[in-house]
Design a protein around this ligand. Sequence first.
Ligand code: COA
Length: 163
Amino acid sequence: MIIRDAVEADLPAIVDIFNATVPTRMSTAVLEPVSVEERLEWFGEHLPDRHPLWVCEIDGATAGWLSFHSFITRCAYRGTVEVSVYVNERFRRRGVGHALLGQGIARSAELEITTLTGLILGHNTSSLKLFETLGFERWGVLPRVARLDDVERDIVIVGRHVP
Ligand SMILES: CC(C)(COP(=O)(O)OP(=O)(O)OC[C@H]1O[C@@H](n2cnc3c(N)ncnc32)[C@H](O)[C@@H]1OP(=O)(O)O)[C@@H](O)C(=O)NCCC(=O)NCCS
């Protein structure tokens, strides 16, 4: 398993992994598949030494990715980020998500990050469990803020401070 900074050539695989989760209505409030072109701007917002985008490779395949985004763009939140982690369905339950998020925690200090957050749909039990396993706590719930196919879903805010 190799975790490295993503390059633009990784974007199609990153998008494929994301798009596979869209119809499940478990992972994202995005309701339609996204295109590589649409994601170029998002890709460009990542900076390896500040808000990186990492991919995890196993035997040359893209097994998953982790992204750091600004939490809120105002200056005082500079040390706080939101993380997203997505694992290719073929590679789930093999420790990929744990490795990516674990590395996110381990490298936070050098990225000048003091707080990690995740905004997770309340019924996404696998993701909630993954974050909990790595020391994240439930810091808040936004009740019924997402409407997915006529079902209103909660967003759970999870977070942890990093030393
Ligand atoms: C959530 C997700 C990232 C987990 O990735 P993964 O590589 O399969 O997870 P890991 O194998 O590293 O599992 C680590 C721990 O997370 C928890 N976990 C992961 N998948 C789980 C599941 N389906 N059910 C319950 N717990 C689960 C377990 O505690 C697991 O430890 P264990 O295997 O020792 O029991 C993956 O299911 C995924 O990509 N889901 C779709 C995208 C998504 O919802 N991302 C979150 C939005 S930010």
